[in-house]
Design a protein around this ligand. Structure first.
Ligand code: SF4
Ligand code: SF4
Ligand code: SF4
Length: 313
């Protein structure tokens, strides 16, 4: 018998579950010999309240390892998360939605009522539509990361997380040792050429390609931040590197920050302002500064902007 494992998605896109499958062949011995999956709605038709809805309480089975993906945006997510905490000995938050709010927490930058109106009553959907309120889980006041609601034993960010690191976490649990995870920033894993300071004092929008010689190795390309692009490598946790360079950088595209802040409680917006200043780039040239929190809007980092009328009240 393997280690019992439960997998549950909250406000998620299932990309993290696909990242687990992307472990590839190495996953086969893990799931056939080492793990015994007892609950995984993404893989099996397991209902919360009995298979025919006959139950009155959530029926997530007990498991040694629980893996939770997605942000906590409504009362059903919260109930499921709390049940996972009760039933699992070790609880892992997998993916940036679970660790820092991720994409669902973009909603934290807006007034909740305005968000619902924007989703259900736009001219491109149906201006006369009613906002659903029957048999739809009641939303929370904002989107939370999992560790804001329950104790989390291990966090593995990434949107999606790196399959190699997921495998390392699973294998380390099976071997009873701490996982070996990168603790540095994306920049620390980036081989691009750095001269210390950029040549421009304003952020360039990424509407034209970065300068590089097609076919030349990545370490011959000048750092994208030094080229004036808004590369969030300095303020983003490492972990996405493949074949020796961070994923986006190897595609000659600036880092967008999808692994969340380097420090658990770091603020990617404030940290990026500092990184820009160190490069001699005017932070005011960033068109939408709040977008720097696009992956880490939980933990109270992203809040609705107060309108002038509200401020005057
Ligand atoms: S972290 Fe990314 S891949 Fe995972 S559930 Fe969230 S949006 Fe999807
Ligand atoms: S800022 Fe971007 S391009 Fe420059 S070293 Fe960091 S990750 Fe690489
Ligand atoms: S380079 Fe940045 S945005 Fe791209 S995958 Fe890595 S952490 Fe995510």
């Amino acid at each position: 018998m393997g280690v019992t494992t439960a997998l549950e998605g909250l406000g998620s896109c299932s990309g993290c579950e696909i990242a687990i499958l992307n472990i590839g062949e190495a996953l086969i011995p893990i799931i056939t010999e080492a793990l015994e999956i007892v609950h995984a709605p993404v893989l099996m038709d397991h209902k919360y309240f009995g298979q025919c809805g006959e139950g009155v309480t959530l029926t997530i089975p007990e498991a040694t390892v629980g893996i939770v993906t997605g942000g906590v945006s409504n009362h059903e997510h919260l109930e499921v998360l709390e049940e996972m905490r009760k039933k699992c000995t070790v609880l892992i938050a997998l993916g940036t939605c679970a660790t820092h709010g991720g994409i669902p927490a973009l909603m934290n930058g807006q007034n909740r009522q305005e968000s619902w109106e924007g989703i259900y009553q736009t001219v491109t959907t149906d201006p006369g539509a009613k906002i659903p309120h029957i048999e739809v889980p009641e939303p929370l006041d904002r989107v939370y990361a999992c560790d804001e609601k329950v104790k989390i034993d291990m966090q593995l960010p990434g949107c999606p997380p790196n399959p190699e690191l997921i495998a390392e976490v699973l294998v380390s649990l099976l071997e009873g040792r701490p996982p070996v995870l990168p603790g540095k920033s994306v920049c620390d894993t980036c081989p691009t050429e750095r001269k210390g300071k950029g040549d421009v004092n304003k952020v360039k929008r990424f509407l034209t390609n970065a300068k590089f010689t097609p076919g030349a190795p990545i370490d011959e390309m000048r750092c994208l931040l030094e080229q004036g692009y808004l590369c969030m490598g300095p303020v983003t946790a490492a972990g996405c590197s493949k074949r020796g360079a961070p994923s986006c950088i190897s595609a000659r595209v600036p880092c967008r920050g999808c692994f969340g802040p380097v420090r658990k409680d770091g603020n990617q917006l404030l940290d990026m302002m500092n990184a820009l200043a160190s490069n001699g780039i005017d932070y005011k040239s960033v068109v939408d500064r709040r977008s720097l929190l696009r992956f880490s809007g939980a933990h109270g980092q992203l809040r609705p902007v107060k309108k002038q009328a509200d401020k005057e009240d």
